[in-house]
Design a protein around this ligand. Structure first.
Ligand SMILES: Nc1ncnc2c1ncn2[C@@H]1O[C@H](COP(=O)(O)OP(=O)(O)O)[C@@H](O)[C@H]1O
Ligand SMILES: [Mg+2]
Length: 221
């Protein structure tokens, strides 16, 4: 087995509500290795999206820490290290789909930034693989939510991140589009990424190396 690249140690997160405080995460421990595809399940409201936000550095735990390669994160790491695909997608509406997918490549630091030809090839390959190759010149609001979801996945993986965190990536797809998304998630892991997918979809669980259950604020394997 490869080394653990992503670790969570003793994560606690509490929210104050008018009816009283809710402890959503209660000392959660997690370890995901390079090359591993892990699915995360649990009832609605159990804290799956919150956990991904904490792991991606978009939220801060009340106590505990998130380690990337053994080093505690401080805020969201760069995209080529850890890419997060939230349920809300976060595509830039003022950029075309192709420009969105190219963004992590264009933002890569000098030594890792590919040339324009290579960027075009990578974007084209990802869009074609996901069945949205005709849509590169459109803006996100001009395509369906399921197509936006695949575009956002293409953007998340274009820079070959070492860690990929994705939230319900098949939730709005027609069944015909799901296999291409599963292939891509599987391929990212097989090429060495640590991939964590929050999902209710049995089709995603079937391609996973391991499933983990979020229940009462902690994980069970
Ligand atoms: N910003 C927030 N303010 C208050 N409560 C929150 C906030 N974010 C999440 N929660 C609480 O955390 C719980 C888990 O939410 P979420 O992570 O979205 O669950 P899941 O993705 O498993 O459906 C919810 O019950 C909600 O009450
Ligand atoms: Mg959620």
């Amino acid at each position: 087995m490869n080394r653990p690249i992503l670790r969570a140690i003793g994560l606690r997160r509490r929210f104050a509500h008018p009816s009283g405080a809710v402890d959503v995460l209660r000392g959660l421990e997690l370890s995901v290795s390079s090359g591993e595809l892990v699915t995360l399940f649990g009832r609605s409201g159990s804290g799956k999206s919150l956990l991904l936000a904490l792991l991606g550095g978009f939220d801060t735990p009340d106590s505990g820490s998130v380690l990337l390669n053994g080093v505690p994160i401080a805020g969201a790491p760069p995209w080529h290290t850890c890419a997060v695909l939230p349920q809300a997608l976060g595509l830039a509406g003022e950029l075309t789909i192709a420009e969105n997918v190219a963004l992590p490549l264009r933002l890569a630091v000098d030594g890792n930034r590919p040339g324009e030809r290579e960027i075009r090839a990578r974007v084209g390959e990802l869009l074609a693989g996901l069945g949205i190759d005709g849509l590169g010149d459109r803006y996100p609001p001009e395509v369906s939510f399921g197509q936006q979801q695949r575009a956002a996945l293409a953007r998340a993986v274009s820079g070959r991140p070492k860690v990929l965190l994705t939230d319900e990536p098949t939730a709005h797809l027609d069944p015909g589009s799901t296999p291409a998304v599963l292939d891509l998630l599987r391929r990212c892991a097989d090429e060495g990424a640590a991939v964590l997918v929050a999902t209710h979809d049995d089709a995603v669980h079937r391609v996973a190396d391991r499933r983990i259950h979020l229940l009462d604020g902690v994980l069970s394997g």
